[in-house]
Design a protein around this ligand. Sequence first.
Ligand code: SAH
Ligand code: SF4
Ligand code: F3S
Length: 470
Amino acid sequence: MATIYIETHGCQMNEADSQYIARRAQSAGYALCEKAEDASVLVLNTCTVRDNAERRAYGRIGSWKKLKAADPAVKVVVAGCLAEQDKERMGDIAPHIDGIFGPKDLAKLGDALVAWRSEFTDDDLTEDRALLVAMDNAGSGVSGPYDRLRAYVNVQRGCSYYCTYCIVPHVRGRFDHRAIGEIIAEVERKVAAGAREVTLVGQTVNAYKEPASGADFADLLATIAALPGVERLAFITSHPNDFNEKLARAFGSIPNLNPRFHLPVQSASNPVLRKMNRKYTIEQYREKIALFRQFAPDWALTTDIIVAFPSETEDDFQTTLALCEDGMFAQAYMFVYSQRRGTPAAHWEPISNAIGQERLMRLAAVVDRGVRAFHDRKIGTTVRALIHGPSRKDQAMLSAKTLDNVTVVFPTIEDPSAPRIDEPWVDVQIDSAAVWGLRGSAVRRAARFNDPGYAVQAIPQTLDLVSLAR
Ligand code: SAH
Ligand code: SF4
Ligand code: F3S
């Protein structure tokens, strides 16, 4: 039987692309599998935003060499941003690769899957399996049963902002905004296939402008939120420059928008922001936040920060620390600056890695205090969350995400072998908090976000007699 394993690194743009690959594969007759070892075709959807992303991808590609050696019929495919960046040399670095497809070549990857399909036989396709494939064809998930609950839909490709550190415009190209009609059609298809939460993705989603109608991102949000079956709507990621009052008002008036706004600041020092080509000052950033708070007082604000950007002094860094000390961020993703080939900043004198690491640690300590305080405020409340699946650390626990994107784990309320994705909403009473998220217990479960739900209890753990007898 033809099976495909898709592993996604990087951002939500890659998630969306992986969902496209999965759909093309399924309609070509492949079944999705959850382990690389089980696959006829292995796809690695890569990221190259920082050096460690690049190294991780090459590590994974290397580790698949033995699968190809064990069964030469297996195809190894590299997709995504690293594929674009290294398309000239990747074949020399890793000769066991059968195909290299950058983000602009996704349709070609789909065609290759169709062409390869006949190389894999179907001898073992039992009736049960045929049924499974047929049902899976309706899905848009990538592999796990819960994945289809969340749909990632690209609204634009590329980015035209050329921040001086960033590889994205070089590997994904300039802005290319999709037509609203296409976006609506994709959302409708994914909702019909079971999606409950739709995330509109782009590197600067809020710069969206439909070429034909001139519709902007606030118009797009209102249109998508009103589509039947879109229970929750989210979006990521936004640029401060394109945040305006119209969008702030949309946040305050669209009821099914998830209350979370990711607005990367990168640094709080004006000289550093200028050198990064971010196109705003920290005063302007703060004004945007004040506008946002006026219309969305209860939303979570999250951000991205780069430390040790070339020329960043201790004083510059202190300014960023001070911004975070305000506790304004419910979460901040922090990175040590990483040189990317072909970007302007790669020519500038780098700051030593030791200083970078040290700044990262100091910043993380401050950010984590704010994150913890944000989580602590949820203790004692009951939150409605969308199930993500069994907790990776403990199969007896389920993991879910709150509307403002906090992980919450609780003792399971279903048999792990029979997930009930038709009732994906759960009300969790929060007992304790940590920096990584929340712990609690499930009290209700619901089929629809707006349903009151019905009472549930955790399934008590049965004793594992087999391992006790050992
Ligand atoms: N388009 C988004 C972010 C894209 S990349 C934006 O502009 O906000 C995600 C994050 O990775 C960035 O916000 C930035 O904080 C970080 N990043 C990007 N390039 C980097 C580099 N060369 N070194 C370190 N961090 C980087
Ligand atoms: Fe990169 Fe800047 Fe574009 Fe974000 S806005 S993707 S950081 S160039
Ligand atoms: Fe990485 Fe490409 Fe996204 S470089 S962050 S996967 S756009």
